[in-house]
Design a protein around this ligand. Sequence first.
Ligand code: CTP
Length: 398
Amino acid sequence: MIKGKNILLGISGSIASYKITILVRLLKKAGANVKIVMTPAAKEFVTPLTLATLSENPVFSEFSNKTSGEWNSHVELGLWADVFLIAPATANTLAKMANGICDNLLLATYLSAKCPIFIAPAMDLDMYKHPTTKRNIETLKTFGYQIIDATEGELASGLVGKGRMEEPDAMFQQIVEFFNADKPLANKKVLITAGPTYEQIDPVRFIGNNSSGKMGLELAKQAFKLGAEVTLIIGPNHLQIEDKISVIKVKSAEDMYLAVHKNVKKSDVVIMSAAVADFKPKKVSNQKIKKNNSDLMVELEPTKDILKSVGEIKSKKQLLVGFALESINELENAKAKLKSKNLDLIVLNSLNDKGAGFEFDTNQITLIDKRNKVEKFELKSKAAVAIDIFNKIVSLLK
Ligand code: CTP
């Protein structure tokens, strides 16, 4: 989740600065972009060259570049950052931050930043205990900043107590958790089937259906928003699908069956919203079938029930969601499908609901879970329906 995020690090003059080199490595390895602003005093402890090399970005500490005469824009730095972590934050820097003093580039950037700010204090134990430091930390908390509390241990002075800056890996973890907070599906793999399947009769004709694949695509987009790694297996369609979703295009029910089984084992959540053809021609003609002015009989045989086949092999940890399109005895039929296909959740669409179905951008669903809990929803856009379905999935995963 941290990949591609802009992390701004603010370093003030403490011996703990050397640990920031490790944090920079961890952030870079995870794919984050890192920029660094440091106080002049911090340069006594760790060189800008080391930090610039590790972060692959120039390091800023003065208001202007003395040789080029260019301005180092604290405003731009503040706007660039998705998160600003000030670590180590010395007693001096904390005091200035709490009081709006702005006598270096780090502090000017801090005052300009609009992003969430994390502060990791570091100092000797008596400085940390001092009432002014305590007051300044409390003041900074009231501004809504996140304080990464100092830890206990051996200090550079040789004394033992509270004041050590939190370790780089723990700070890294806090930043990761911050980005994952609204991503309940972070680290989860979601597999979705969507669209129709086409069952070939001859080289130019097929049996298909009107499914647009829109519901499946909205599900894929919502899964991605919630932090999941998404694979969408989709039958023939005209949809624009964004790059962040990994797409496997298929044509027939058999293709979809094979693609699903190639990917199902590694998936945490499997949602089958595809309108798979239930029957396919027993024989596919190699030549275009001629009219011959007589009736044509095409013998059909059932396709494989993909959903059922996944229900038969799914592990206890995997969550399997099916769809049911019904026109009579909707609830009973959906409940029967939930059981016979070993599902955790079924999404019922009724052909009797106006504005719901293949050709619409809206849908009306009823969710039925394994415990037979039934929730009926209003007619909504397919994007809003995807949110309802994932709210339920996230609650079932807990
Ligand atoms: N499905 C599937 N493979 C098939 C047919 C259906 O995976 N060959 C899945 C669909 O993706 C959907 C669910 O099964 O999630 C239910 O599809 P539906 O057509 O409503 O039901 P069927 O099981 O085909 O039963 P029936 O058509 O008799 O109602």
